[in-house]
Design a protein around this ligand. Structure first.
Ligand SMILES: Cc1cc2nc3c(=O)[nH]c(=O)nc-3n(C[C@H](O)[C@H](O)[C@H](O)COP(=O)(O)OP(=O)(O)OC[C@H]3O[C@@H](n4cnc5c(N)ncnc54)[C@H](O)[C@@H]3O)c2cc1C
Ligand SMILES: *[C@@H]1O[C@H](CO)[C@@H](O)[C@H](O)[C@H]1NC(C)=O
Ligand SMILES: *[C@@H]1O[C@H](CO)[C@@H](O)[C@H](O)[C@H]1NC(C)=O
Ligand SMILES: *[C@@H]1O[C@H](CO)[C@@H](O)[C@H](O)[C@H]1NC(C)=O
Ligand SMILES: *[C@@H]1O[C@H](CO)[C@@H](O)[C@H](O)[C@H]1NC(C)=O
Length: 574
């Protein structure tokens, strides 16, 4: 009997005896966030709002530079290390939560209660770590065009090299998430990679040959390590938390920044039913908003920064009486430039494919699999459920001459037991955009869908689908479920509505666009300047996915970390 089950027996015994005994050290969180404390009247050089990949990086780099930093997160702790408590039954009496186990990442689709933000009309994580607590961990190096095509001067590929290197030094990522180094259920990968090879696509080392993303493929790479989620919560937050000049609070939702004209003096925080103001250091203090594409826009609006129509809606809400007066409003295009990878799902079936019941693994795991995981962090449950097909890339140039970059992800799931779902994501080069607004209940709303409202974006998606069908056309025994063999790629793409319900990839960006074109001026589109500072303010910054001018051709985490590394360099130099 190993120690975990011994503890389980002891613990059951203790409950029965109505005793309360402390858990042995290995079952306790190794550190824990403090709760929100409004009686604490200390001031802070930097207040960072939101603990997604953007906020975690900022908290670490700013505290590393010796500044006194407070990180405020509105959600509860997530991973075991930080005192999270949400667990599958078989994780009771371990230091692991649902967030730690890669094989349980799909559970977000079954149960998101107490995890997903309730004040957005789209999915986002409102827990410590934000998206990096709940996502699938897919993670690889951006292509040079990701920076070169839409990012402004100072943020081009050549400028980003140091920042990208810092990220991949800390979080190298792995293709072999199981600690025993084996790939479990690789049949789907094997079938598709053989098919792509036959179709003329080439295998690449994706984090080295990151400039070769045209008809290439690779094993999927994840930021996981040691069979656990790992990632920014186990790196950036760990080093930040070891410093005396750093604190972080969970359960601390920021309502707005408190400002007088262009100068921010603090933030108004809501915690446990009360609210109060936490101030930055007089004269020199700064606030970094890293609350994500929806959350950061919302904080700016509630602080009187945004387009007049949206600010009037906030004024008409429960915020009205306390909102900063309209003569202090800063008119910026917050909420425009909304984008997300356009997701187009294809489905194939092949007799070689073996799937796994990851949803069943929540309450009825196969005993040998859960034991292998608990004992040695190995096996199928150490893999990102069910994202272990190959990832592959393609570049298409439609009539407007602008290259459209695609990445594809392959999941071992679909309508048949031998299905794989192949999702095409349109990233770099897309020109379609939508708009985010808010209603008078203060819920953010995707009021204009960002998907395929440009004819060349759509033509590129159709061509990309056709390219993949051509590439896989010689795979014997492959059944096309979606599109069917007889449906044209055009008819197939046209049959899928271009709205979030059918297309969303949960890779939202862009509502606080970064650029040299000050959005207060007619024709200007930017909300933050090239140092990530909000136009019209002295000391308010935004650092997260919301400042991306355009999308990248990767799942976003790696690029957000790199953008935050770069932002930290620029902000510290101001
Ligand atoms: C289901 C799902 C799967 C995904 N899969 C992948 C993947 O495999 N790979 C990948 O790279 N990306 C993936 N993504 C996307 C990725 O997780 C996000 O792009 C990324 O987390 C965004 O980072 P961010 O720092 O901009 O904001 P977020 O991660 O959204 O973090 C914002 C944080 O701010 C907090 N917050 C919000 N408002 C306030 C407030 N008023 N006061 C205090 N705190 C606040 C939130 O609680 C949250 O913790 C996925 C996303 C989802 C939802
Ligand atoms: C809250 O802050 C006050 C003032 O610094 C301090 O005295 C008190 O102990 C803190 N409460 C908790 C629960 O940490
Ligand atoms: C759980 O504890 C083990 C053993 O101490 C440690 O290796 C592992 O990293 C811990 N995991 C978490 C999520 O804290
Ligand atoms: C990116 O653009 C810069 C100029 O801004 C150029 O020097 C560099 O060669 C470009 N890189 C690639 C890989 O295209
Ligand atoms: C991508 O590859 C295709 C097929 O080889 C080629 O026709 C196209 O020019 C390439 N595009 C770019 C931008 O390299």
């Amino acid at each position: 009997m190993h120690s975990l089950s011994k503890w389980a027996v002891l613990s059951a015994l203790a409950t029965w005896l109505q005793l309360s005994i402390a858990a042995p050290a290995e079952h306790q969180p190794r550190a824990a966030a403090a709760s929100c404390n409004l009686s604490n009247k200390e001031t802070w050089d930097y207040i960072v709002v939101g603990s997604g990949p953007g906020g975690l990086t900022m908290a670490d780099r700013l505290s590393e530079a010796g500044h006194k930093v407070l990180l405020l997160e509105k959600g509860p702790p997530s991973t075991g290390r930080w005192g999270g408590t949400m667990k599958a039954p078989w994780l009771q009496n371990t230091n692991l939560t649902r967030f730690d186990v890669p094989g349980l990442c799909n559970q977000i689709w079954a149960d998101r209660n107490g995890i997903a933000c309730t004040d957005y009309d789209q999915l986002a994580g409102c827990v410590l770590g934000g998206g990096v607590a709940i996502n699938s961990g897919l993670y690889w190096k951006p292509h040079p065009d990701d920076w070169n095509m839409s990012f402004p001067p100072g943020w081009k590929d050549d400028d980003m090299k140091t920042a990208v290197d810092k990220v991949f030094t800390r979080l190298p990522g792995t293709m072999y998430p199981s600690r025993d180094g084996k790939l479990y259920l690789p049949q789907g990968y094997n079938m598709l990679s053989a098919g792509l090879t036959q179709g003329g696509w080439k295998s690449i080392d994706a984090n080295v040959q990151n400039d070769q993303r045209n008809r290439t493929f690779s094993h999927t790479i994840y930021y996981f390590a040691d069979g656990e989620r790992h990632g920014p919560l186990a790196t950036y937050l760990v080093t930040a938390n070891a410093r005396k000049n750093f604190a972080f609070w969970t359960g601390a939702g920021v309502k707005r920044v408190v400002r007088t004209g262009s100068k921010v003096t603090g933030v108004e925080v809501e915690c446990g039913g009360s609210s109060g103001v936490i101030n930055v250091t007089p004269n020199t203090g700064r606030v970094i908003v890293s609350a994500g594409t929806f959350g950061s826009a919302k904080i700016l609006w509630r602080s009187g920064i945004g387009p007049t129509d949206v600010l009037n809606t906030v004024k008409s809400s429960s915020d009205g009486s306390s909102m900063i007066s309209s003569d202090q409003w800063i008119n910026l295009p917050v909420g425009y430039n909304l984008y997300d990878h356009v997701g187009t799902d294809l489905e194939v079936a092949h007799s070689s494919v073996v799937n796994y019941d990851f949803y069943g693994a929540w309450s009825r795991p196969i005993q040998s699999d859960s034991q292998l995981y608990l004992n040695s962090r190995s096996g199928i449950l150490a893999q990102s459920a069910p994202n272990f097909g190959p990832m592959f890339w393609d570049i298409v140039t439609p009539a407007d001459g602008i290259n459209r970059h695609f990445h594809w992800q392959a999941r071992v799931e679909g309508s048949r037991s031998t299905s794989m779902t192949l999702t095409q994501y349109l990233g770099t080069g897309s020109v379609s955009r939508g708009r985010l607004t808010i209603n008078n209940q203060l819920k953010t709303i995707v009021s204009q869908s960002p998907y395929l409202n440009d004819a060349n974006d759509k033509a590129a998606v159709i061509q990309g689908v056709q390219n993949l069908r051509d590439a896989l056309s010689k795979v014997s025994g492959l059944t096309w479920v979606r599109p069917t063999a007889s449906q044209t790629s055009t008819a197939f793409v046209n049959s899928i509505p271009s709205n979030p319900g059918s297309r969303n990839s949960n890779h939202w960006i862009g509502t606080n666009r970064m650029g040299a074109d000050d959005g207060r001026v007619s024709g200007g589109k930017a909300v933050v300047d090239l140092n990530t500072k909000v136009y019209g303010t002295d000391n308010l910054f935004v650092v997260d996915a919301s400042i991306f001018p355009g999308h990248i051709t990767s799942n976003p985490t790696a690029a957000i970390l790199a953008v935050a590394e770069q932002a930290a360099i620029k902000i510290l130099a101001l």
